[in-house]
Ligand binder design. Structure first.
Ligand SMILES: [Zn+2]
Length: 397
């Protein structure tokens, strides 16, 4: 058992309001912390630090918790730059391009899927993500959904079965047949590799009654619910998520007063995905309405090849500050502690005693630089469970 002192931290944003200045960020200056066996053992002022076996010095830089990217679809094959180009030239986003990725993903070997996802995960580590959630949903047949989740399960414990992403073309005239498959054989094949069940509850995907069947079947199989809702228009997704006590309802671009009320009296987190709104040039969610109603907000990338081919949580933070009018502090909390809440986790998303020693060292004096310097490589180092994922020079370990 060895303890490491991380010190020389000019600004430490713990995201734990009982620490430091007792703001939501729990800010400390001239700070230090100790990690022991991968967990945070002590946090405080550098001058008060107890003795440790090893010492790592950060030269006055800012340190924040590792980012928790609680919504991605990063196991897939192919790419859709032509669709993006057409959309930027004025074609609307309908979600129909998902089938392009389904065809490429079905044709890919497990090795190709693993290599593609590994490259994206390396990008995420370089931009400070230390926990990632990964959904299936580009297979839409039993073998491919299972293959996606097997690969995802090698990369994270936060895996989500999203067989109910869209109805595939071969079932266009037999929705009932596809729902039977998703709630039956496909669910059975995927459950060993998944923690969560998700459904795309949206016009053009699955309606309310169908979504209820998908979530209920997943829960009966031992999975925990989460929902894609209210992305392309008003709909039942938020209410459904709250009724099922889902950990999170994701997108929330179109919310009614009733949706805000339902969320405010629930434990369901509203996960916002500004990179999807950016990359589809759509209307941005009303984050201020959620925050003013004291609803827990998470920020995530939605990393996928169609609507948001984005791996960078710092970009998501910058978009949230610019487009959602979140403060840099609110955006950082949503990208760390908020993402942890969206995964019902209390051991990540904060730099506090007992938490996993997951943190990011910024090449900057303050967390504000995450939003203030969009596009710059502000993330210098990322550590998970007290071990460096990327070290200075941005090299993978
Ligand atoms: Zn999604």
């Amino acid at each position: 058992m060895s303890a490491t002192l991380f010190t020389g931290i000019g600004e430490l944003a713990t995201c734990e309001p009982t620490l430091g200045d007792e703001s939501a960020l729990g800010l400390l200056h001239d700070a230090a912390f100790i990690a022991e066996d991968g967990r945070i053992a002590w946090v405080g002022r550098a001058s008060d630090a107890p003795a440790a076996d090893e010492r790592v010095e950060f030269g006055g830089r800012a340190v924040v918790p590792g980012f928790v990217d609680s919504h991605t679809h990063m196991v897939f094959a192919g790419e859709r730059s032509a669709e993006f180009e057409a959309r930027m030239a004025g074609e609307p986003y309908t979600g129909g391009g998902i089938m392009t990725t389904v065809a490429a993903t079905r044709a890919a070997s497990e090795g190709e899927l693993r290599a593609n996802a590994g490259r994206l995960l390396a990008e995420m580590h370089r931009s400070g993500t230390t926990t990632v959630e990964i959904k299936s949903g580009y297979g839409l047949d039993v073998a491919t959904e299972r293959r996606i989740l097997e690969v995802a399960n090698e990369l994270t414990s936060e895996t989500t079965f999203l067989g109910a992403h869209v109805v595939p073309a071969e079932y266009a005239d037999d929705r009932e047949g596809y729902l039977t498959l998703v709630t039956g054989d496909m669910l059975t094949a995927c459950t060993p590799f998944a923690r969560w069940v998700d459904v795309f509850c949206e016009t053009g995907a699955f309606d309310e009654a169908e979504s209820i069947r998908v979530l209920a079947a997943g829960i009966a199989a031992g999975l925990l619910p989460r929902v894609h809702g209210n992305q392309l228009g008003h709909g039942p997704g938020v209410q459904l998520a709250v009724e099922f006590d889902a950990a999170s309802v994701d997108h929330c671009t179109y919310l009614s007063e009733e949706d805000l009320d339902a969320l405010a009296y629930s434990d369901t987190v509203a996960t916002l995905l500004p990179a999807a709104e950016f990359s589809t040039r759509s209307f941005y969610a009303d984050a201020r309405a959620l925050l003013d109603a004291r609803i827990t907000v998470a920020l995530a990338t939605d990393c996928n090849p169609g609507s948001a081919f984005v791996t960078s949580m710092p970009l998501v933070i910058a978009l949230a500050v610019r487009e959602y009018h979140m403060t840099p502090a609110e955006a950082l909390v949503a990208a760390t502690r908020g993402g942890a809440a969206a995964l019902r986790r209390t051991d990540i998303g904060r730099i506090a005693p007992g938490c996993s020693a997951d943190f990011v060292v910024l090449d900057a004096p303050s967390h504000v630089h995450l939003a203030y310097r969009p596009g710059a490589p502000v993330v210098a180092q990322a550590w998970r469970a007290g071990t460096a994922l990327i070290a200075p020079g941005h090299e993978e370990e």
